[in-house]
Design a binder for this molecule. Structure first.
Ligand SMILES: [Fe+2]
Length: 310
């Protein structure tokens, strides 16, 4: 079974396929038959009972996420929809499709992710109020798909803020790269991702393979673009040559890969991880300025700080 979030309930959609609740480890009961109206009330009821996911048959995955995509596009295009609600819809839709992509990175899901990211990006570059709502919505847990959603939002917002309107055209090609930069992490064993203590040198080597693994996954699925290649491969490179996997230096690192690294560091430090407690926005920005992004041009970091001031 495929685990899905409660986005369609929050969006008051109708069930695009039969949806199930898990009652025991591998036992499921029908929650909503295909065509049944879904409601926020149902979602609230589930959350009150600590249920955050429903389940669908694997064969229904494409239909389900296609429905999520259509609703996301409609919400962003609807001039009467409030920015707060648009932000909620795109945030939960991005998280849901990225959860699926990290679980099963096949071409059809990666394409659907790109289709859901496209209106999200349009919203960020055109609607400052909705972007502020999105930044406030970013929540922090240990899941790679949550991290990727947050990096996507911060990355696009920073590129838009730093380069202004001229970035809008480029972002159409680069936007998905911010969300998919860590795709290779789906090949890292969970025992390493969730390890509470320091990694062994061997484990560190496995983790450091994820930029190249992400590149390979996109290549194998026939969805590679120059922009995706650039962000997956270069988001851990440092201007001073101390990064990985290739130890590139400033002139060889794409400016958007630098942006991706900056927001990636912020997101990692402000998230709860097995090996550290999350730190506050203020403490994280202070640490980044003093120690972690000293190889970057200061003006880029200053623009990043401004995202939290508006
Ligand atoms: Fe990474």
């Amino acid at each position: 079974m495929i685990a899905v979030g409660l986005s369609l309930l929050d969006q008051e959609s109708t069930a695009p396929c039969d949806m199930f609740r898990r009652v025991h480890n591998e036992e499921y009961i029908l929650f909503a038959r295909k065509g049944l109206p879904l409601s926020q009330g149902l979602a609230e009821n589930l959350r009150e009972n600590a249920v955050s996911a429903l389940y669908i048959e694997p064969a229904e995955g494409d239909a389900y996420f296609q429905c999520l995509k259509n609703l996301t596009e409609q919400a962003v295009a609807d001039s009467k929809e409030k920015p707060e609600r648009k932000a909620q819809i795109v945030y939960s839709s991005c998280k849901e499709i990225l959860r699926q992509v990290f679980d099963d990175p096949r071409a059809s899901f990666i394409h659907l992710a790109m289709d859901i990211i496209a209106p999200t990006m349009d919203l960020i570059v055109t609607d400052d109020v909705a972007t502020r709502c999105l930044i406030k919505l970013t929540d922090y847990d240990q899941q790679t798909y949550t991290h990727s959603t947050n990096v996507g939002i911060f990355g696009i917002a920073l590129a838009r803020n730093y380069y202004g309107q001229k970035a809008e055209k480029e972002l159409k090609a680069f936007g998905a790269g911010f969300f998919l930069h860590d795709l290779g992490k789906c090949r890292i064993p969970l025992s390493i991702i969730n390890k509470p203590g320091p990694l062994t040198p061997q484990e560190r080597l496995i983790v450091n393979r994820h930029p190249e693994d992400g590149y390979k996954i996109l290549q194998e699925n026939g969805v590679m673009t120059e922009e995706l290649k650039c962000l997956t491969l270069q988001h851990h490179e440092r201007d001073d040559g101390g990064g990985y996997p290739y130890g590139l230096t400033r002139q060889d690192i794409h400016p958007y890969a630098r942006i991706c690294r900056l927001v990636d560091i912020y997101e990692a430090l402000t998230s709860e991880r097995p090996y550290h407690r999350r730190s506050s926005t203020f403490d994280t920005l202070k640490l980044m300025k003093e120690k972690l992004v000293v190889d970057m041009e200061p003006s880029l970091f200053e623009h990043f700080v401004r995202l939290f001031l508006t």
